[in-house]
Design a protein around this ligand. Structure first.
Ligand code: URA
Length: 235
């Protein structure tokens, strides 16, 4: 159920399908508890993570969840799929169905994905204007040329999306590998960047998204909960 500016009374009426009169009656009788405090005024707004009960029955209980996951190769960055296993399948908890991804990885790509049920948080990470840096380890079939690095650093145009990427940060590690930071999340962005120079990405691994870093001791396929420091605009 959408929570944009829903009052407690509206929520009770809709969620129970018993209408406004029922909502008013249970509120008057003192049967409604908002975050464990009895309330009689149904006009206050219900936040999406507020707990609401009527006579002890939970009407809404949404715990905010934030997960860092180490995605293995072969697992889909999706919430459901008829054929392939998804990151949600890896969690194996009933509450996992409420989660969504803050940015996807290709099926073969490994590393950090963030899952949450807080859309304001995920949107803040994905909003193009926020230019959140995402850092990857990249391995390639051919040597990474000085020309490619220079073009990455000057910000490449993407015709299909009609945008010019922010200048990428490139640190060459070996002839055929680098650490690369980009500030967008375009479809197959890194593979497309290298392909412009006839270079194929053979391995891609995401190390971080903004301040969120893949923990070194988080095994492939595992996840860990965390509590973000939410900017004012996400609260
Ligand atoms: N760029 C890609 O090409 N693939 C990914 O999975 C992530 C970034």
């Amino acid at each position: 159920m959408a929570h944009a500016c829903v009052t407690v009374a509206q929520f009770i009426a809709k969620k129970t399908s018993l209408g406004k009169r029922y909502a008013k009656a249970v509120l008057c009788r003192g049967e409604v508890f908002l975050n464990q405090t009895a309330i009689t005024d149904g006009s206050q707004e219900l936040g999406k993570f507020d707990q609401l009960t009527i006579s002890g029955t939970i009407l809404q209980s949404r715990v905010p969840r934030y997960l860092l996951m180490h995605k293995p190769a072969g697992i889909l960055s999706a919430t459901s799929d008829p054929t392939h296993r998804t990151v949600i399948d890896l969690i194996g908890q009933p509450w996992a169905r409420d989660l969504h991804l803050a940015g996807r990885l290709d099926r073969a790509t490994t590393g950090l994905v963030i899952l949450t049920n807080d859309s304001a948080f995920s949107e803040s990470l994905m909003r193009p204007g926020n230019k959140i840096p995402k850092t990857y380890l990249v391995e390639t079939d051919l040597p990474i040329t000085a020309e490619a690095i220079e073009k990455f650093r000057s910000g490449m145009p993407f015709q299909k999306e009609n945008i010019r990427a922010q200048p990428a940060i490139v640190g060459l590690l070996t002839e055929n590998s680098c650490r690369l930071t980009i500030h967008e999340g375009l479809h197959h962005q890194i593979k497309r960047m290298f392909l412009r120079f006839g270079i194929r990405v053979t391995r891609l691994h995401r190390e971080s998204i903004g301040p969120h870093v893949l923990p070194e001791d988080l095994a492939s396929g595992d996840y860990r909960t965390f509590w973000p420091h939410l900017p004012q605009s996400c609260r």
